[in-house]
Design a protein around this ligand. Structure first.
Ligand code: PEP
Ligand code: MG
Length: 587
C-alpha cells in the first residue's frame, strides 16, 4: 500500500537536507500487562531472569568497551554504574523471592521493584543514592527490553544510518551520538538555541525542533526528508518531492563546496577591517572540524558536556588533559574556555541539582559555581594549568552584576596563588572575560568592562531574558526574535561600553551564525564572531563582501526601526544587494 505523504512544520535548528529512515528514540513508559504464573513455572521464570541478567551484563560490557575505545574511558564509566545495579545481590534476591511468593511473571515483578527503588531513592536526602535513580531507570529499561524480547537499538549502538525522532534529546543522549550513524535530528520540543539545536550544528547534521507532534505522527521505519534550513519534515514523501529534495540536497552540497574556497582567505571587510571568526565547540574532539574550517580561534568551549555520561565528577587531571588537548591543537590560535554552565536545559545527571520551577532563572552557571568552590576551583586550576600549553582565555557564564564578577575573579586569584606556591606553571597574562547574557550585565557593562579583558555576548540567553521568552519553549518560539530592536540596542550598548574601556567584544550565541544579521553586527562594531563551524564560511563570505563603512550606515538605520519584522525586512533587502546567493535560502 502506498503511504500518504505528510508534511510537518517545526523550527529550523541546523541547516542541510537529510533523507532516510525514522528511528524513534525510546521514551518508553513500560506498560506491562500483569501476568500470573503457576507454581510449577517458578523455576522457569527464575531461569528467564538469570538468562536475561547474563545477556544484559554482556551487552553492557560490550557497550562499555566500545564507548571507552571511541570516546575515552571516562565516558564509559556510566556503564560501570549500570553493571553494579544488575549485579546487586539484594535486588536479585528481591526479584526471585517475589516471583516465588506472588506467583507473578518476572517482568511484572521486576517492573514493580524498579518503580519502588526509584520512588524511595528519589525521595532520600542522600545525594549519592539520589544519583542512582537515573542508573536504575536506564538499566531497568534495558533488563525489561531483554525480558520482553523487544528489539531496541540505543543511540550508542546504532548500526544503520537513521534520522533520530524524539520528544526531546537530553545532553547525555546527544553526547553518545555519532555523526556517522545519525543523519538528522527531529524533536517535539525545543527552540533554535536549545541544546539539541546546538549539538546538531556541532555534529554538522540537519535538525528540526519544536515540531510538537513528531513522535505522535512519525512511526519507526517511516521514510523521512528533513529540511533543516526551512524547519520541515516530510513523512513518506511522494516521488515528486523525493526528486525535488534530492536535487536540493545536491545543490546544498555544491554550495558548501563553493564556500570551501573561502577557508584560506582572511575574514575581513572590503575596506580591510579584520574580524575574528571563531568557532564554538562542545567536546574536545570538535576541534578537528574547527581546524578544517580554518577558524581564527575557539571562541566558546562549552565545558559542561565534559561532565556528562560519567559517574561522579571529572577530576582535575581529566579537565586539564581536555583543555590542554584543545589548546595544543589550536596553537597558536586562542581558545576561550567557558567555565561550567550547568542548568537551564543542561542538567547533569551526576550532580543531581534539585529540579526547579524556573531553571533558566535559577541556580545555574556562575551562581552554581560560586556556591560550589570545590567544583569551580578544580576547573579553574585545570584551565590555568592547561594555559601553559597554548593560548587559553577564561570566560564566566551568566554574570549578572559586579559583585558576582569580582567574586569569580577573586576565586581565580586564589587558585593562581595556590599554583604559584606549588611552582606550577600557567599563563600569568591569561585573559579573563565575562559573558554578557543578562540584561542587568548589559546595562552595567560600562562597570563590568573594568574588571575583564573581553566581553562575549551570549545572545541565546540575552534574547530570552530581555524579551522574557523561554528559549526552549516551542509554543512561544515566534516571540524569540534576535532582530528585536531591544536586543539590538542591548548589543550596541555592550559593544560601545566595551570599546570605551578598550576591550574587545565578541558574540557567541547562535545569532553570530545568522547571515541575515551579520551586516548589522559588523556595523555595530562587533570584533569577534563565534559560531558553529557549519555557519562560518557563509558569514565569512558576507563579511568579505561588504565594507565596514557601509555596514555602519546600515546598522545606524536599523537602530531606528521599530519592530523585528521591520529589521528583518530591511536586513533581507541589504543581504540581497550584497550577496544574493546567501539571501536565497532565507525566504
Ligand atoms: C548564549 O547564551 O548565547 C551562549 C552562547 O551560551 P549557551 O547557549 O551555552 O547558554
Ligand atoms: Mg548562555
Amino acid at each position: 500500500m502506498k503511504l500518504k505523504e505528510m508534511i510537518l512544520k517545526g523550527i529550523p535548528a541546523a541547516p542541510g537536507i537529510s533523507i532516510g529512515t525514522a528511528y524513534l528514540l525510546d521514551s518508553e513508559e513500560f506498560v506491562i500487562p500483569r501476568r500470573k504464573i503457576k507454581k510449577e513455572d517458578v523455576p522457569l521464570e527464575i531461569e528467564r531472569f538469570n538468562k536475561c541478567l547474563a545477556k544484559t551484563r554482556k551487552e553492557l560490557l560490550e557497550i562499555k568497551g566500545k564507548i571507552a575505545d571511541e570516546m575515552g574511558s571516562e565516558h564509559a564509566e556510566i556503564f560501570s554504574a549500570h553493571l553494579l545495579v544488575i549485579e546487586d545481590p539484594i535486588l536479585i534476591n528481591d526479584v526471585i523471592s517475589r516471583i516465588e511468593k506472588d506467583l507473578q511473571a518476572v517482568e511484572t515483578v521486576f517492573l514493580d521493584i524498579m518503580k519502588r527503588y526509584i520512588d524511595v531513592l528519589s525521595k532520600t536526602n542522600d545525594e549519592y543514592l539520589r544519583e542512582r535513580v537515573s542508573d536504575i531507570n536506564d538499566v531497568g529499561k534495558r533488563v525489561l527490553r531483554n525480558l520482553l524480547g523487544t528489539k531496541q537499538e540505543t543511540l550508542e549502538t546504532l548500526k544503520e544510518k537513521v534520522i533520530v525522532v524524539a520528544y526531546d534529546l537530553s545532553p547525555s543522549d546527544t553526547a553518545l551520538m555519532h555523526k556517522r550513524n545519525v543523519l538528522a535530528l527531529v524533536t517535539d520540543i525545543g527552540g533554535r538555541t536549545s541544546h539539541t539545536a546546538i549539538m546538531a550544528k556541532s555534529l554538522e547534521i540537519p535538525a528540526v525542533v519544536g515540531l510538537e507532534v513528531a513522535t505522535a505522527r512519525i512511526k519507526n521505519g517511516d521514510f523521512l526528508i528533513v529540511d533543516g534550513a526551512h524547519g520541515q519534515v516530510l513523512v513518506n514523501p511522494t516521488q515528486e518531492n523525493l526528486k525535488k529534495y534530492e536535487l536540493e540536497q545536491r545543490k546544498f552540497l555544491a554550495f558548501e563546496r563553493d564556500l570551501d574556497a573561502l577557508k584560506e582567505l582572511p575574514c575581513q571587510t572590503l575596506d580591510g577591517k579584520r574580524i575574528i571568526l571563531a568557532a564554538n565547540i562542545e567536546m574536545p574532539e570538535d576541534v578537528k572540524s574547527v581546524l578544517e574550517h580554518k577558524a581564527d580561534a575557539v571562541g566558546l568551549y562549552r565545558t559542561e558536556y565534559f561532565y556528562m555520561n560519567r559517574k561522579g565528577l571529572p577530576t582535575e587531571e581529566e579537565h586539564y588533559a581536555a583543555c590542554k588537548y584543545v589548546a595544543e591543537k589550536m596553537y597558536p590560535r586562542p581558545v576561550v574556555v567557558r567555565t561550567l554552565d550547568l542548568g537551564g536545559d543542561k542538567f547533569l545527571s551526576n550532580l543531581h541539582v534539585p529540579r526547579e520551577m524556573n531553571p533558566f532563572m535559577g541556580w545555574r552557571a556562575i551562581r552554581f559555581c560560586l556556591a560550589r568552590p570545590d567544583i569551580f576551583k578544580t576547573q579553574l586550576s585545570a584551565i590555568l594549568r592547561a594555559s601553559a600549553h597554548g593560548k587559553i582565555k577564561i570566560m564566566y557564564p551568566l554574570i549578572s552584576g559586579l559583585d558576582e564578577l569580582k567574586r569569580a575573579n577573586s576565586m581565580l586569584e586564589e587558585v593562581k596563588d595556590d599554583l604559584r606556591k606549588k611552582n606550577i606553571k600557567f599563563d600569568e597574562k591569561i585573559e579573563v572575560g565575562a559573558m554578557i547574557e543578562v540584561p542587568s550585565a548589559a546595562m552595567t557593562s560600562d562597570i563590568l568592562a573594568k574588571e575583564v579583558n573581553f566581553f562575549s555576548i551570549g545572545t541565546n540567553d540575552l534574547i530570552q531574558y530581555s524579551l522574557a521568552v523561554d528559549r526552549v519553549n516551542e509554543k512561544i518560539a515566534y516571540l524569540y526574535e534576535p532582530a528585536h530592536p531591544a536586543v539590538l540596542r542591548f548589543i550596541k550598548t555592550i559593544i560601545d561600553n566595551g570599546h570605551a574601556n578598550n576591550i574587545w567584544v565578541g558574540l557567541c550565541g547562535e545569532m553570530a551564525g545568522d547571515v541575515l544579521l551579520t551586516i548589522i553586527l559588523v556595523g555595530l562594531g562587533l570584533d569577534h564572531f563565534s559560531m558553529s563551524p557549519v555557519n562560518m564560511l557563509e558569514v565569512k563570505r558576507l563579511i568579505r563582501a561588504i565594507s565596514f563603512k557601509k555596514a555602519e550606515k546600515i546598522a545606524e538605520k536599523t537602530l531606528k526601526l521599530a519592530t523585528a519584522a521591520e529589521v528583518e525586512a530591511f536586513a533581507r533587502e541589504k543581504l540581497k544587494e550584497v550577496a544574493p546567493d546567501l539571501a536565497m535560502g532565507l525566504d
